[in-house]
Design a protein around this ligand. Sequence first.
Ligand SMILES: O=P(O)(O)O[C@H]1O[C@H](CO)[C@@H](O)[C@H]1O
Ligand SMILES: O=c1cc[nH]c(=O)[nH]1
Length: 292
Amino acid sequence: MEPIKSSELITNEDGSVFHLHLHPGDLADQIILVGDPSRVEMIASYFDHIEIKKSDREFHTTTGQYKGRRISVISTGIGPDNIDIVMNELDALVNIDLQTKEIKPEKKRLNIVRIGTSGSVQADVPVHSFVISEMSLGIDGVLRFYRDNETVCDTAFEDAFIKECHWTPLAARPYAVKASPELVSKLHTAGVTVKGVTLTANGFYGPQGRVLRLPIEMPTVNDEIARFHFNGHKIVNYEMESAAIAGLSALMGHHATTICLIIANRANGNASSNYKPYMKKLVEYTLDSLAR
Ligand SMILES: O=P(O)(O)O[C@H]1O[C@H](CO)[C@@H](O)[C@H]1O
Ligand SMILES: O=c1cc[nH]c(=O)[nH]1
């Protein structure tokens, strides 16, 4: 097989991957992704030992040990477009020889958990709940650029969603991808976490049905989303990265899920006035669940 061209897999002068500025040895097999770069510092403050800290733009990485387990925490910034960058560079770090630019014959599987903030669409999932994504529904279109994307998607779920939520054909076809069942069961505790479907949007306002000054194309969509159910699945929350992580992980052979703190309830119209202490609790819960 031909090596990958330098224009397709750009590396920096020091041989690190273009955006993350990481070398293969900098990365642990257990990865935590977060949107907000300041959350990397907060999570790393729980580590027993810090090995590596690197940052460029919104991509901040700290690798260290938590209760004897090596973990890399990486910020992605906001949105599924950044997930395209982060997932491709993480996969390149473990599955492509960065010097020869040849794909390695033996593939490594990473464990990826996103810890994020999120908005609930269900009246009975209040602010400060913890929600695990068993499945994610991407309305952003990123996964659709990759060949065989439909092999990791639940087409029947997508068809039912498009019909019952009167989804506009002008937007990309939503893609439904399952999370890693192993990671979901590792992170779930009855009475502590809620499991459900997470909607991943490519915007915070219009794409999540928020109206400020501009009217939106599908004004009743959030009520329809809240009522929608298929094969025992209900949509619980909105955020902006989970489906792209789940979809690219499924295509690349990695394990992934997302766990979110609800900071706004779209059904009730309320929002947290200070979510940071609850984010600390979610981080402690997630780190301990992963260390078990
Ligand atoms: O708190 P983070 O991880 O950034 O996640 C959520 O918050 C951002 C929007 O405010 C989006 O990235 C969304 O997914
Ligand atoms: O409503 C919300 C809250 C956090 N992040 C989102 O993307 N949406």
